[in-house]
Design a protein around this ligand. Structure first.
Ligand SMILES: [Zn+2]
Ligand SMILES: [Zn+2]
Length: 167
C-alpha cells in the first residue's frame, strides 16, 4: 500500500500535488511471477483534483529481470511506464467496472503503479538487438561461444520434409 494524503488538493478545484516516491516491490505487491523487479521502484508525477475524480499522472521506473527470447540468458533492463489513472470517491456511481476508488483523504496508488509496470512489460525481449541466439546444432550461446557448425541446411521446414522423405 502506498497511501497519499489528498486532503489539501481536495479543497480546491485543480488543486495538485507533486509526487516523488521510491518504494520497494513488496510495497507495490508485485509478485515475481508477474514481474521480477530488482531494487526500488521510482515514481514521479502528480495527483490532481479534476472535480469529480482525482487524476494520477506520471512515470514509474524500475529495473527488471528479463529473459532473452533468442539466447535464453537472463538480463536486467530499465522499464519505464506511463501512469494515468482516475480515482472516484467511494460511494459514487463509477462509470467503469474496474474503476479505482478512494475513501476520505487517502488514495492508495500501489495498484496503479503495479499494473502500469506489469502491462508495460513486452512479451518478447532480446538481450541486445543483434543477439546471435543459440546454435541449433550444438546449442551453444553464439554470443559467448561462436561455433563453426553448419546451420545453412537446418531450416526446420526442410528438415521435417527430409524426415518424411526418409520413411
Ligand atoms: Zn540474447
Ligand atoms: Zn554450434
Amino acid at each position: 500500500m502506498i497511501k497519499i494524503n489528498v486532503a489539501e488538493i481536495q479543497k480546491s478545484l485543480v488543486g495538485s500535488k507533486k509526487l516523488v516516491y521510491e518504494v520497494t516491490p513488496e510495497e507495490l505487491e508485485i509478485s515475481p511471477e508477474d514481474l521480477e523487479v530488482v531494487g526500488p521502484v521510482r515514481f514521479t508525477g502528480t495527483i490532481t483534483n479534476a472535480g469529480d475524480v482525482l487524476l494520477l499522472q506520471g512515470k514509474v521506473t524500475a529495473t527488471v529481470k528479463r529473459v532473452c527470447g533468442r539466447c535464453l540468458e537472463e538480463f536486467t533492463a530499465v522499464s519505464t511506464a506511463d501512469v494515468l489513472e482516475k480515482y472516484y470517491p467511494a460511494g459514487t456511481v463509477a462509470t467503469e467496472a474496474d474503476a479505482l476508488v478512494y475513501d476520505g483523504d487517502l488514495v492508495d496508488v500501489a495498484a496503479a503503479l503495479r499494473e502500469s509496470l506489469v502491462l508495460a512489460e513486452p512479451l518478447k525481449v532480446l538481450c541486445k538487438e543483434d543477439c546471435k541466439g543459440l546454435c541449433p546444432v550444438c546449442g551453444a550461446n553464439r554470443n559467448l561461444h561462436p561455433c563453426t557448425c553448419d546451420t545453412t541446411r537446418l531450416d526446420p521446414r526442410f528438415s521435417a520434409l527430409k524426415e518424411l522423405l526418409k520413411k
